[in-house]
Design a protein around this ligand. Structure first.
Ligand SMILES: Nc1ncnc2c1ncn2[C@@H]1O[C@H](COP(=O)(O)OP(=O)(O)OP(=O)(O)O)[C@@H](O)[C@H]1O
Length: 595
């Protein structure tokens, strides 16, 4: 990444924080005011201590006779204690206010990120690993929360402390103040050099963690494939590669960012010696009295420590701040992603009168590789069109275009002669029901899973849909029937059963147009028969596209479209296609040979 892009990213990350913290400006103002109060108390305390020491020395010098000095000593000490107590109270209240708005603002970030996911295009999910997306919710948001909880407070309080202490030092004694800040330019140059190195490495650390999460997620999902192929060792070996990359990025990131803290601490101790030497020189040179000189030394020992405190504190949280900026950059990048266009002012689709058609459709997932090369399909109202073809021929891609998961590059997908891009997305999705090959069950009861698309459905409606989908018997046999909970620990559903529940879900939403990606390729014959019946039930009277893997399931389709390499090879009824003795005939006979 070049320098300009990086600066742009940092600006975006800062703008991200600004967006989310803006609603909490009142709380932030309170925190700033309280921090300033605490700063004032911290910079005044050494002054009071210095006055107390000066008074005590004068009291001793006056052979314990000057009671005014003793009173001044006590009042200086009292003021010092009062300052510290006030400071502690201010910090406690500020901490409470800040913890509250931090929790709220990170909650807003999490909520917005999740709802953004609901609006984003399928293309984004198709091109990003699940684990990487989860990383945004875990690692990145955690980093942001940690930094906001610690860093904001530190930046405000330490920043004001830094300025406050400089003012007080110059007010108290300019010579001593100059001596205290003399080493600052060197410290700043060295710190900036180290910080630049650290920033690059911390960015890399987050990217590597995200890659590792992506890999872990993929491997957990593919655990069965790994075991059946005996690839456990390879899996661990690859994991080690990703893990090593994280380790090395983490090491250099933490090494460079962590280096600043001990460096500055060492320098602050060195500075103490300079201050004490300077104070002693002032006394010896006769510039100040012994009492004033001692008071100055005591005050400046404290000032020197207070002066270095913001520097050391800020560098100790530097990696935290940097990781949070990286997190904000990554979350902001998601917020900038394309969203589905809801076509709010489009035409509302209310059922299908004529049918659904694809006309000369060309499409590729990327510009340089066309997948569909001029597809023409016409499904008249109430008809079943089956799409068959070898794997990778483009069947699912056609489904993706009808439902507007993707848009065509050329040609048209039309409902009753209206291009899908002119229909409101909501009405399009309302009219289209999809049963996917890998049906998903969500956490909740079986009944809730069936009524997912129609949350207000009555129990009778749910049962009727399950009966039509041939899954009622099975559900009744579950320990708690329709109230059985679906969860990871209770994964009692086979692929076929999941698909039947998914068909019941679709039946309940009563769509006018149906896309069925049948799952009969990996179910037993009993379930296959049930799926067939369920499919017949759900298809009946509806305009439908069936993506068939088993040709047996689409013998009654009104039209069968035979795809190969993104082109329609043949079309017609089952009988006509068999008579043709072409591509379909070969497909069918080869499948029947295995039955
Ligand atoms: N999200 C995607 N990004 C890029 N290419 C894709 C994507 N999805 C599918 N493809 C490619 O598009 C082509 C058609 O895939 P598609 O999933 O439509 O085939 P299919 O006929 O449904 O296959 P199957 O029977 O195996 O499900 C394939 O070459 C595939 O690699």
């Amino acid at each position: 990444m070049n320098k300009k892009a990086k600066e742009g990213n940092t600006r975006k990350a800062l703008a991200y924080f600004y967006r989310y913290l803006k609603p909490y400006w009142k709380g932030i103002t309170v925190v700033i005011i309280l921090s300033l109060i605490s700063t004032v108390t911290q910079v005044l305390a050494p002054l009071f201590l210095g006055q107390a020491v000066t008074s005590l020395t004068s009291f001793v010098e006056s052979a314990f006779a000057g009671h005014a000095h003793l009173n001044a000593f006590y009042s200086g000490l009292g003021m010092m204690m009062a300052s510290y107590i006030l400071g502690i109270i201010a910090i406690l209240i500020a901490w409470m206010v800040m913890s509250r708005f931090n929790a709220y603002s990170t909650n807003d970030m999490r909520e917005n990120l999740f709802s953004k996911f609901q609006r984003m295009t399928i293309r984004y999910f198709d091109t990003h690993q699940d684990g990487k997306l989860i990383s945004l919710f875990t690692s990145d948001l955690d980093n942001i929360f940690n930094a906001m909880n610690n860093a904001i407070f530190e930046i405000v309080s330490q920043g004001s402390l830094f300025i406050g202490v400089i003012i007080m030092m110059f007010y108290t004694n300019p010579t001593m103040a100059l001596l205290t800040v003399a080493t600052t330019p060197i410290i700043l140059i060295v710190s900036l050099m180290i910080m630049r190195k650290a920033r690059r490495r911390l960015d890399q650390q987050q990217d590597e963690i995200s890659d590792l999460n992506g890999y872990i997620n993929e491997q957990i999902n593919g655990q069965k494939v790994i075991i059946t192929n005996g690839l456990q060792k390879e899996s661990v070996k690859n994991f080690t590669k990703y893990n090593d990359r994280v380790r090395s990025a983490m090491f250099s990131g933490q090494f460079f960012s962590g280096m600043l803290f001990p460096l500055l601490q060492g320098l602050s101790l060195l500075n103490l010696a300079i201050v004490i030497a300077g104070g002693s020189w002032l006394i010896v040179a006769g510039n100040v009295s012994q009492a004033v000189g001692l008071g100055l030394i005591v005050s400046f020992v404290q000032y020197s420590q207070t002066y270095f405190q913001p520097l050391t504190q800020l560098t100790s949280i530097y990696s935290m701040i940097q990781l949070a900026l990286t997190g904000a950059r990554r979350l902001n990048a998601v917020e900038e992603q394309d969203e589905e266009d809801p076509v709010a002012s489009g035409q509302v689709l209310c059922g299908i009168e004529d049918g659904v058609s694809l006309t000369d459709v060309h499409f590729g997932y990327s510009k340089d590789k066309e997948i569909l090369h001029g597809i023409n399909i016409n499904a008249q109202k109430g008809k079943e069109v089956a799409i068959v073809g070898p794997t990778g021929s483009g069947k699912t891609t056609i489904m993706n275009l009808i439902n507007r998961f993707y848009d065509v590059d050329a040609g048209h997908v039309e409902f009753d002669g209206t291009d899908v891009r002119k229909l409101t997305l909501h009405s399009l999705r309302d009219n289209v029901g999809i049963v996917l090959q890998n049906s998903v069950l969500f956490t909740g009861t079986v009944a809730e899973n069936i009524s997912y698309g129609k949350p207000g459905a009555s129990r009778q409606e749910i049962i009727a849909a399950a009966r039509e989908a041939q899954i009622d018997d099975f559900i009744q046999g579950l320990p708690e029937g329709y109230d059985t909970r679906v969860s990871d620990e209770n994964a009692v559903f086979s692929t076929g059963q999941k698909q039947l529940i998914s068909i019941a879900r679709t039946i309940l939403t009563n769509p006018t147009f149906l896309i069925l990606d049948e799952a009969t390729s990996n179910v037993d014959t009993v379930t296959e028969e049930k799926i067939q019946k369920a499919m017949d039930a759900v298809i009946a009277g509806r305009t439908s596209f069936v993506i068939a893997h088993r040709l047996k399931t689409i013998l009654n389709a009104d039209e069968i479209i035979v795809l190969n390499n993104g082109k329609v090879m043949e079309r017609g009824s089952h009988q006509r296609l068999l008579q043709k003795r072409g591509f379909y005939y070969d497909l069918y006979t080869s499948q029947m040979a295995f039955n």
